[in-house]
Design a protein around this ligand. Sequence first.
Ligand code: B12
Ligand code: SF4
Length: 662
Amino acid sequence: MGFRPQTAVAGRPVREHRGFIATTAPDGDALPGLLLVAPPPSSGTARMATLFEDPRVRRGCTLQESAATTFRIILIKPSHYDDDGYVIQWGRSSVPSNTMAAMYGLATDCAERHVLGADVQIAVTAYDETNTRITPKRIVDALTSAGERGVVLLIGVQSNQFPRAVDLAVQFRAYGVPVVIGGFHTSGCVAMLPTLPADLVQAMERGISLYAGELEGRMDALLRDAYHGRLHPLYDFMKDLPDLQGQPVPYLPVAQIRRLSGARTSFDAGRGCPFLCSFCTIINVQGRKSRHRSADDVERIIRANLAQGVHKFFITDDNFGRNRAWEALLDRMIALREEEGLAFTMTIQVDTLCHKIPRFIEKAGRAGVDRVFIGLENINPEALEGSRKRQNNITEYRSMLQAWHQVGALTFAGYILGFPTDTAASILRDIRIIQRELPVDLLEFFILTPLPGSQDHKELVERGVPLEPDMNAYDSVHVTAPHARMSKEELAGVYQQAWDAYYTPEHVETVIRRAADWGFDTNKIKWMMLAFHATATIERVHPLDSGLFRRKYRGDRRAGLPREHPMTFYGRYAVEIVWKYFLLLRMYLTYEGARRRATRAASGVPMRDVATEPIQATELNDLELFTVTAAARSAVDKVRERAERRAGVETLALREGSVGSL
Ligand code: B12
Ligand code: SF4
């Protein structure tokens, strides 16, 4: 798919926006951004001012004939704003950005192949704003003083990060640097909405280029456009998903990984998921077909990271069990571990039926999988059915969780609050049932959010339902859509309560006690539970968005909000730090107490509670999980009917001697 010249911007159907749109920046300049040119000035700002006065620049011409020999790709993974408008940033962030790793791999491959010509060096710089302060002026000054030109790529921009990405982009554009924003917000909107939303249109009108789709196989062309000053306002490759075989692999240099709280890196072994969940953006952006990397590529990623001392990996496939190559990939990891004795561990994401895939969990355990994220989402079958998450069968949850413990893997379950059937009371009741009856370790809560790119979002927009207009709030910790049975305040309130309801001292002790039995490090699990609980309730951000030591800068406030007086800002920040550390210490003491009690109780006596009991036929009658709602009872009845039908068929087949063909 290529570019088609078009002339539309605001309010037109998305289809008309596909491809090349000739638009103008607010000051009337043609969009192609000016590129920074040598020679290095003493002051970058002065240099930029001169550039803006250059008549060729005012006309939007590209200056690529100038003598620059280094073209720098500046990769920035933006963060988003807290409720006061300050950037959410940490001394050390907790999860690596896989988009950064993927883009870094693609960019360095372009550099190695000299895609801008033999005489142009391509340099790559990467910043993750969740752990690094981004000051556009300083970046531009460094670029100009080195006599380089460059392009800023704002990467992996989710909906909640789009406002921050635009604020950064506008600053770079003011210096004349070309900027492209890509990621799930742009891709999701372009994939699902009949017209481009106002935020995308406004971004293009401000001279920012947008990119929908994946970059594999297309970065050369994009860089050439940036280098020659002919970036298009919108690139749309949503209908053309690239094959991942033989593509440059995700890679982050160790200096980047050291900015995280644990030395963990990530890679996507595949993309796409076959299921149909209505709140999911992935199937509409990355498709439902499994596209995967080869075992050779995965081996290269592992070896390259081991060589730089990184032994922990997060495989970001949303559903690794549905990666068509899962077995070949796990076999290769097993060979590296068992034949060569290489030491590494893996975190993966799976669905609740993964234990039904023959050999999957057993091989995952041998391949070093020690942490598993599972999309449990809810225990009410009516809620699951309503969101087309039909693969989540509540009668399978217990077997699946126990199977992971048998191979020594810690389970993290995602739990969504705010399905139409939920009330505050039912949410708190269901959390108590989970604590008692499901052997899940860490539970993480999300508010059901109509994320741009999902079927839910598309339908709500089409029905004209009033949704939260500020994209910054689409982080699954804010309420963004009306709920049938709860007010906005009630849903937001029960979301906060949910964390305290699950992570009670008694339940922390139970989970640690269970972990001691199935062989997990009790201190490690204590810290992980503490980190989840503390970030959600003390820092008030989602654990996936968290890190160590919250950094705040007075000047890094959302565009449009006033800069606070230093006394007000620093005074509040200091009090906040002291208060947070006091709360954290108090929480730590509670958790440490729970760990000690659990370890004492664990010595010698195996744990017996409902959650860890072996699965029994009678449990369908006894457990609240299966009896608490009419929908749960009806789901159980269906399972019974299916089992009876199967038993009937097998008896018949046995009688007729044809069981072998069943
Ligand atoms: C790993 C992951 C994370 C990690 C790391 C983030 C990252 N981006 O690397 C962590 C744990 C931090 C995370 C957190 C969250 N995440 Co997340 N995450 C993912 C996940 C599972 C994989 C991301 C990934 O690596 N994909 C593979 C890469 C290669 O694809 P990609 O990012 O789309 O990039 C390609 C293209 O988009 C394009 N591209 C991307 N950027 C750019 C830039 C330019 C200039 C160009 C030209 C091209 C380009 O080229 C890339 C290579 O092909 C995705 C789901 C998914 N399947 O992608 C969700 C997803 C991105 N996350 C999502 C959400 C909502 C969140 C959270 C808000 C959840 C929460 N409640 O806390 C937080 C946000 C906080 C934060 N700081 O990021 C949503 C975003 C949906 C949306 N419309 O915004 C997704 C899509 C999952 C979902 N539920 O639908 N996440
Ligand atoms: S199982 Fe996960 S990745 Fe797959 S469609 Fe559902 S939410 Fe999306």
